[in-house]
Design a protein around this ligand. Structure first.
Ligand SMILES: NC(=O)C1=CN([C@@H]2O[C@H](COP(=O)(O)OP(=O)(O)OC[C@H]3O[C@@H](n4cnc5c(N)ncnc54)[C@H](O)[C@@H]3O)[C@@H](O)[C@H]2O)C=CC1
Ligand SMILES: CC(=O)C(=O)O
Ligand SMILES: [Mg+2]
Length: 372
């Protein structure tokens, strides 16, 4: 198979879909790998490293899209990339379709087969291709939140750990999955007073067992969340209903009851965000203010630490990328129902129910798509 990896074109996105090590494995499996020149530079991988791994370098993205049977990327394809996708081509990347009708319609119209990293599952009920980036974004969230809390950035002027004689910042994390757990660990490590709210009692039990001394847990009812909002210096949004639009858990009206200059970090923004007042921002212009509350809503947070993120993502995607290349998407998805759960679009049809529900588009089951 011809595998193509273009340079990411989303603003300030420095990750790359394939590391030289991933390229080497694909070449060892008998595949041809085509990398756009400079694609790995932002993550510290130059063209020579890919050539040494047996890949070929292409001068433009259009050469890659024209030649490749499978495109491996990081971020959802931007409009210019969507225009280059074609019928029968396989796209393997993050998509986040539920909050993005424009992209969804373009992918359906392209006739391509699109497998979304974020909806591939594993036998433990996890999301193995979202998890590494959730680990990164979770660990970054208190760091960017602490920066947002600084006075010069519009924040409240509160130091996470306080100092002797002055108490720490109050941090509430909504959603205690991968993002939430990593965010809570780092915020607690910075000395903040941290509470994690979740709706899953088994998850709260696990967090209490493992991290009981580092942070508190609470059941995420509307009432308990409202109490926490009033005393919070920082709120980290980390909820997920896989594939679906994020539930709006904090209304605009509730901002009035919060402390002036508090920071909201909405990591769930890539699924539409869990605060009513969230709108996606970029690394170039990451924060904005609504009713005296500072919002940080960058939808590709891991891009800020592109080298760590690229290697972590590549570790997780490699076995799936190789299965798709070795067997073709149909056989690979027939053999692995968890990979089939990643199928979002195939041959002009949407194949993921939560996206269809969010956007009001008819869905064909992925099992039916396999039989076509
Ligand atoms: N902005 C960015 O750059 C990035 C964003 N993300 C996003 O972060 C979000 C969280 O991802 P993960 O932690 O991997 O998901 P996860 O599935 O590990 O955790 C989500 C948690 O939310 C909980 N939850 C669901 N509804 C809730 C509610 N109403 N109240 C409280 N808790 C609730 C679930 O029980 C679960 O424990 C996703 O939207 C993901 O796409 C992930 C990586 C990067
Ligand atoms: C998960 C995701 O959207 C990202 O890493 O950018
Ligand atoms: Mg994202």
């Amino acid at each position: 198979m011809k595998i193509g990896c273009p340079k990411e074109i989303k603003p300030q996105e420095f990750r790359v879909g394939m590391t030289p090590n991933a390229a080497r494995e694909a070449v060892d499996h008998g595949h041809q790998v085509l990398i756009e020149t400079g694609a790995g530079a932002g993550a510290g991988f130059d063209d020579a490293a890919y050539v040494a791994a047996g890949a070929k370098i292409a001068g433009t993205a259009s050469e890659i899209f024209a030649a490749a049977d499978m495109i491996v990327k990081v971020k959802e394809p931007q409009a210019a990339e969507r225009a280059m996708l074609r019928e029968g081509q396989l796209l393997f990347t993050y998509l986040h379709l539920a909050p993005d009708p424009e992209q969804t319609h373009d992918l359906i119209a392209s006739g391509a087969t699109c497998i979304a990293y974020e909806t591939v599952t594993d036998a433990q009920g996890g999301l193995p291709l979202l998890a590494p980036m959730s680990e990164v974004a979770g660990r970054l969230a208190p760091q960017v939140g602490a920066w947002t809390l600084q006075k010069a950035n519009g924040g409240r002027g509160v130091l996470m750990g306080g100092v002797p004689g002055v108490g720490p910042a109050q941090v509430v994390v909504i959603g205690g999955g991968v993002v939430g757990t990593h965010a809570a660990r780092i915020a607690a490590g910075m000395g903040a007073d941290v509470t994690v709210l979740d709706r899953s009692l088994p998850r709260l039990r696990y967090l209490d067992d493992v991290f009981g001394r580092q942070f508190r847990t609470g059941y995420s009812s509307a009432g308990l969340l409202a109490e926490h909002l009033e005393r919070a210096d920082m709120v980290i949004g980390a909820v997920l209903i896989p594939g679906a639009a994020a539930p709006k858990l904090v209304s605009r009206a509730q901002l009035a009851g919060m402390k002036h200059g508090a920071a909201l970090v909405d990591v769930a923004i890539d699924q539409g965000g869990c605060f009513e007042t969230s709108r996606a921002t970029t690394h170039q212009d990451p924060i904005y203010e609504v009713d005296g509350i500072m919002h940080y809503c960058v939808a590709n947070m891991p891009g800020a630490v592109a080298r760590t993120s690229t290697i972590a993502l590549g570790n997780a995607t490699m076995p799936f990328m190789l299965a798709l290349a070795d067997k073709g998407w149909k056989q690979a998805c027939q053999d692995d129902p968890h990979l089939l759960n990643g199928l979002n679009v195939h041959a002009g049809k949407l194949t993921y129910f939560a996206v269809g529900k969010a956007l009001g588009i008819d869905v064909v089951s992925p099992q039916l798509a396999l039989k076509e």
